[in-house]
Unconditional design. Structure first.
Length: 277
């Protein structure tokens, strides 16, 4: 179980110290970062680590899930339909749909980020086999319940100067209850101070970031994860001389940000929020 390092009403770093959740499956470790234990509502996030050739057998959830590959390549089977996902590729799987995740590599660890549309992570293992339909690097067919968004440069947009984003799962891609994506920050890049109408999880998957929330400053790296409740002004900055990357997830169907004065993030102005409600 992950314990929040700070009170929920402050700036909310949920994954400074990590411990794998016991799963009883050889070669697979699950880590929960954001959940109801940190005060989150409607969603949870974490990562899964797979030793070479390890796999998480068929299981399902009573809520939707998004899986985003961070390191190595994954083979994701959805009721027999097998897809190869590379780093920054993401698959969304609706509630009740059986799926299995495998590490394709024989010599590398697979790391994948998971997002659930519930604050209480759980899974039910399924003792069932499905006929194999190997799709390789292809995409789902019309009528398949799963959706895949692959990382392609032409889909990336510059949200602010030097900060490049790609939406990986959202309502327009078939997701329900959660949305999220990948952000890449050049040295010196940042996002303006902003708020959301839903909780957010931000995992720093490469490099180092500075997170400002209502005058509180946090330095994050190596999969550190910040939980920011809805309505709190916050921003992320890359003050290093190397690129920084993040996976962000909202407890909402589509991304939405409202910009506010930077002084609310730095703490120079007191945040009341009523005028933005």
């Amino acid at each position: 179980m992950i314990e929040c390092s700070f009170p929920v009403k402050e700036a909310i770093l949920c994954a400074r110290t990590r411990q794998a959740m016991p799963l009883g499956i050889a070669g697979v470790e699950l880590y929960t970062f954001v959940s109801e234990a940190c005060g989150a509502t409607g969603f949870s996030t974490g990562i899964a680590k797979f030793k070479p050739s390890a796999f998480l057998p068929y299981h399902s959830h009573t809520f939707s899930e998004a899986i985003t590959v961070l390191q190595s390549s994954a083979r994701v089977l959805v009721e027999g339909r097998a897809y190869r996902l590379n780093p920054r590729d993401s698959v969304h799987i609706p509630a009740g749909v059986a799926h299995q995740v495998e590490n394709c590599a024989f010599d590398k660890e697979l790391v994948a980020h998971w997002s659930f549309a519930t604050a209480r992570p759980s899974r039910e293992l399924i003792d069932r086999t499905f006929p194999l339909d190997d799709r390789g690097s292809g995409d789902p067919a019309d009528g398949d319940p799963e959706t895949i968004v692959r990382y392609k440069s032409e889909l990336v947009y510059e949200l602010s100067k030097g900060a490049f984003f790609l939406d990986l799962f959202a309502r327009r891609f078939g997701a329900r209850g959660i949305c999220g994506g990948h952000g890449r920050f050049l040295p010196g890049a940042s996002l303006p101070c902003h708020i959301h109408d839903f909780d957010e999880s931000i995992t720093i998957v490469r490099g180092a970031a500075v997170c400002l929330v209502q005058g509180h400053r946090y330095e994050l790296s190596d999969n550190d994860t910040a939980f920011v409740p809805k309505g709190l002004p916050h921003r992320f900055l890359n003050l290093s001389d190397a690129e920084m990357e993040m996976v962000w997830v909202y407890a909402g169907d589509e991304p939405d940000r409202r910009m506010v004065q930077s002084e609310y993030c730095s703490g120079e102005l007191a945040w009341r929020g009523a005028e933005f409600a």
